[in-house]
Design a protein around this ligand. Structure first.
Ligand code: ZN
Length: 447
C-alpha cells in the first residue's frame, strides 16, 4: 500500500482527480460542479484586523478551497487564529501545516455528507500530528489555535487555548463555538492536568506570596492545551475541543479573536459595537474598541465572517431581527437522532427554523475517545495507517488506540482499531500521564 500523497489544498485531491479525468476533463468537471453548487449555498464574506504588540498573532483565511469528493466538488472556507507565546515559530508552523494535516487525515473517496462528518475526527488527528511534528523540530514556542471550517451552512470549529470563536445567529442568539482552555477558568482541565502529573498553582514570589493567574508546572503556562510548548509537560495537550453546528438558512456571523479582544470585550459587546458593519470594518472596529478599553497590552486580532443566505448577498448588512432574549448555548437544537421530546396529545412537533443545530460537541483530551469507532466509516484501506500521523504501518505493527486505555465502554477490545504507530502511541501515553514525559523540564518562563 502506498502512503497517500501529502498535498496542499485549494487544491484538488488528485488521487480522484486523475481517475475522473479519464472521462471528463477535470477543469470542465470543476466548472460544472461549482456552478451547480453555488446556487443553493450561503455566501461567505470575511474580514480581519490586527493591532500588534509582540507580533505573535497570526491568521489564516482562505474562502475558496475546493475538494473533489466521491459525489462532486465542494467549496469550503477556512479561518484560523494562532496566538503564539514564547516566540512565534509554533504559530507560523501551525498556520502553514494544519490544514494539510486535516486533509490528509480524511479518506479521499467520501461523499459530501461523509467528508463533513469526518472533519471533527480529522481535526483531532491533525492537531496532534502538527504538535508532534513541531516538537520534533526542537523549538520551544507554543500557540493557541482556533480553526474554523465552513462548508455550506455547517460550521466546524476546533480549538486549543483561549482564542475564542462566537456565533451570532440570524435571530440574534449568541453561541460559543470554542472552549476556554485557561487554568483559571476551567476546573475540569485543572483536574485533568493534575491527574496527568502536572501541578497547578500561582507564581510564588518567594515570600509565600502568590501572584497572577493559575499556571501549570513545570513550564508555568496559563493554558492547559496548546500546540508546541515542548518545554512544558506533555499534559499540556494539543487535543482540540471541537464543535460542529448547522446554521439555519438565515445564516449568521462568526467572530474569531485572540484573547487581546476577549480580555477587553464580552461577546455581546463585540457584536454590538460592530453591528451593521461589513466584516472588514466590523473586525477593525472590534479591535479598536478592545484596545480603547484595555490599551494595547497584547496582540489583538479579530476575524469576522458573515455566512449569508445566497439571495441576501447584495444587501448584506441587515442587523439581526431581535426576537426574544439572547440565550446562550442552551438554545442549540440537538441533532435529530436523539429521542424526540414527549408531546402532549394533539401537539405537533415544532422546530424553529432559525435555530442553530448542534451536530458535534467533543472536548475530551483522551485520544481513545476522540478517534474511536464512532467514526462513521469503516474504511478497511486505512487499517494499516496510523490514525494520528497517517504513516503507513506493516500488518501487526500498529497498536490499538484502546490498548491500555482502560476504556470500559463495552464492546471495545484492545485489538479493535483505529491503530497508532509506536511513536504516536508513546505520545498518547505521555499526554495521559502514563509514562513520564520525556520533554518536560522545569522553566521559570511564563506565557
Ligand atoms: Zn503515528
Amino acid at each position: 500500500m502506498k502512503l497517500r500523497e501529502k498535498q496542499s489544498d485549494e487544491f484538488i485531491n488528485l488521487d480522484i482527480g486523475m481517475y475522473k479525468s479519464e472521462h471528463v476533463p477535470l477543469s470542465a468537471l470543476l466548472k460544472r460542479e461549482l456552478v451547480n453548487e453555488k446556487a443553493d449555498r450561503p455566501e461567505i464574506v470575511s474580514g480581519e484586523a490586527n493591532q500588534s504588540k509582540k507580533g505573535e498573532d497570526f491568521t489564516f483565511i482562505n474562502t475558496e478551497c475546493h475538494r473533489l469528493l466521491g459525489d462532486g466538488v465542494t467549496t469550503y472556507s477556512v479561518f484560523g487564529i494562532f496566538d503564539g507565546h514564547n516566540g512565534s515559530a509554533a504559530a507560523i508552523y501551525t498556520k502553514e501545516n494544519l490544514l494539510n494535516n486535516v486533509l490528509c487525515a480524511i479518506p479521499p473517496d467520501l461523499n459530501r455528507d461523509e467528508w463533513v462528518a469526518a472533519l471533527p475526527r480529522a481535526l483531532v488527528a491533525a492537531f496532534v500530528k502538527t504538535d508532534k511534528d513541531f516538537q520534533e523540530r526542537a523549538q520551544m514556542s507554543g500557540t493557541t489555535v482556533t480553526f474554523v471550517i465552513t462548508e455550506g451552512s455547517i460550521v466546524t470549529v476546533a480549538s486549543v487555548g483561549d482564542s475564542r470563536c462566537i456565533l451570532e445567529s440570524a435571530d440574534g442568539a449568541i453561541y460559543y463555538l470554542s472552549a476556554d482552555h485557561r487554568l483559571d477558568s476551567n476546573e475540569e482541565e485543572r483536574e485533568r492536568v493534575t491527574a496527568s502529573g502536572g501541578e497547578v498553582g500561582r507564581l510564588n514570589t518567594g515570600g509565600g506570596t502568590e501572584i497572577g493567574p493559575l499556571r501549570c508546572w513545570p513550564g508555568g503556562l496559563c493554558l492547559s492545551r496548546s500546540i508546541g510548548d515542548r518545554d512544558v509537560g506533555e499534559f499540556i495537550v494539543p487535543v482540540p475541543y471541537v464543535k460542529q453546528v448547522k446554521l439555519s438558512s438565515a445564516g449568521g456571523r462568526l467572530v474569531i479573536s485572540s484573547d487581546g479582544v476577549w480580555d477587553a470585550l464580552s461577546a455581546e459587546e463585540a457584536l454590538e459595537c460592530s453591528r451593521g458593519l461589513a466584516p472588514e470594518a466590523a473586525a477593525a472596529h472590534i479591535v479598536k474598541e478592545a484596545v480603547q478599553v484595555k490599551g494595547l497590552r497584547d496582540d489583538t486580532t479579530c476575524i469576522v465572517v458573515d455566512i449569508l443566505p445566497p439571495e441576501k448577498t447584495n444587501h448584506n448588512l441587515q442587523p439581526p431581527k431581535k426576537t426574544g432574549k439572547r440565550v446562550l448555548k442552551a438554545m442549540f437544537r440537538k441533532r435529530s437522532t436523539e429521542e424526540p421530546p414527549k408531546l402532549d396529545d394533539g401537539e405537533e412537533e415544532y422546530f424553529d427554523p432559525d435555530l442553530v443545530e448542534e451536530l458535534v460537541e467533543e472536548g475530551s483530551a483522551m485520544l481513545s475517545e476522540r478517534l474511536d469507532t464512532k467514526y462513521p466509516l469503516c474504511n478497511v484501506f486505512r487499517l494499516f495507517i496510523c490514525a494520528v500521523c497517517q504513516v503507513e504501518m506493516k500488518p501487526g505493527e500498529g497498536i490499538s488506540i484502546h490498548h491500555g486505555s482502560g476504556n470500559t465502554r463495552g464492546k471495545l477490545r484492545p485489538w479493535d482499531g483505529p491503530f497508532l504507530c509506536v511513536r504516536c502511541q508513546q505520545k498518547r501515553d505521555a499526554m495521559e500521564g502514563r509514562i513520564p514525559s520525556t520533554n518536560a523540564r522545569y522553566s521559570s518562563e511564563s506565557d
